[in-house]
Design a protein. Structure first.
Length: 165
């Protein structure tokens, strides 16, 4: 029975079981590593997106494994997990992200697994994607190309050339 309660210890019911067995201090020591395991999983929780405000003007490239929400102006390339371009934002450069949501203006290439142009989007450049959604009212000038791996296709055009030659 004690082994069954050890299995169930992570739940709140085990806290009730601990007072029932105060004579076993070894059991109270065993749950201590389990809460630390929960603490270890807490840093894995995704932090909120970094927000670049409307009055911010950045010149240079940005790279993160997290999420970025741009409301200001960026002159340079951006690489992120989730990139949200706000209605007031202007990006002049290449955008690479798993998910790209465009509400503002991009002048440059867009690469993403999921690309979404909302009704307020203005894109001047090519879009390379796995899936795309373009809402009515979005402005887009450029080409659209579907690829299974749009994030790493920058090196793929070099690879096919040797087999052809």
């Amino acid at each position: 029975m004690f082994s069954k309660s050890k299995i169930n210890e992570p739940g709140p019911k085990d806290d009730a079981a601990k007072p029932a067995a105060p004579a076993a201090p070894a059991q109270s020591a065993a749950p201590a590593p389990k809460p630390s395991e929960f603490k270890a999983s807490a840093p894995k929780a995704k932090p909120p997106a970094s927000v670049l405000s409307t009055d911010l003007h950045i010149t240079g490239n940005m790279k993160t494994t997290g999420d970025i929400q741009v409301e200001g102006t960026v002159e340079g390339d951006i690489r992120a997990h989730l990139l949200t371009i706000g209605e007031t934002a202007t990006i002049k450069g290449e955008v690479i992200a798993d998910d790209v949501v465009i509400n503002g203006r991009i002048v440059g290439r867009v690469r993403g697994l999921k690309v979404r142009l909302t009704s307020t989007a203005r894109v001047e450049g090519d879009i390379i994607h796995k899936t795309i959604a373009i809402e009515s009212g979005a402005h887009f000038e450029g080409s659209v190309q579907r690829q299974d791996d749009p994030l790493n296709s920058g090196s793929k055009p070099v690879a096919p050339k040797p087999p052809q030659g």
